[in-house]
Design a protein around this ligand. Sequence first.
Ligand code: TYD
Length: 134
Amino acid sequence: MISTKDFPKFSDSSGSLTFIEGENHIPFTISRVYYVYDVAENALRGHHAHKQLEQYLMCVHGSCSVWMDNGKSKEKIRLDSPSTGLYVGPSIWHVMEDFSPGAVLLVLASAPYDESDYIRDYEEFLRYVKEKDV
Ligand code: TYD
């Protein structure tokens, strides 16, 4: 379930640079970029799944943990590198937690914001993945 990718990184004594090209480094055209920041200590984010949306998540500053749940099992990964992206595809319930102070979570998404693509109720999510499995 956990699939990460290390993006190109150029580092020298003056600093580091990472770049990401849609369709080259990630398997979709980037349609939307958003970022989560100013997250309070002990706050949880996410708590939903998407029907179609594909996303890459990366902590470009600080770190956070991401729980991924496909309805059958759960896995947790710590994102702590600005050049490592986590792929979150459709039908994955995800929860972000344990944000370090000042952490910035950058997300590249395959489509514009669409509330009808969200499943925000966990029981509904379990029914959805079960029906899809049949
Ligand atoms: P949400 O996806 O629930 O955030 P998180 O998973 O980090 O908890 O979005 C929070 C709010 O922001 C929600 O009211 C919808 C809105 N929103 C947009 O309007 N556009 C966007 O691109 C995103 C990601 C969220």
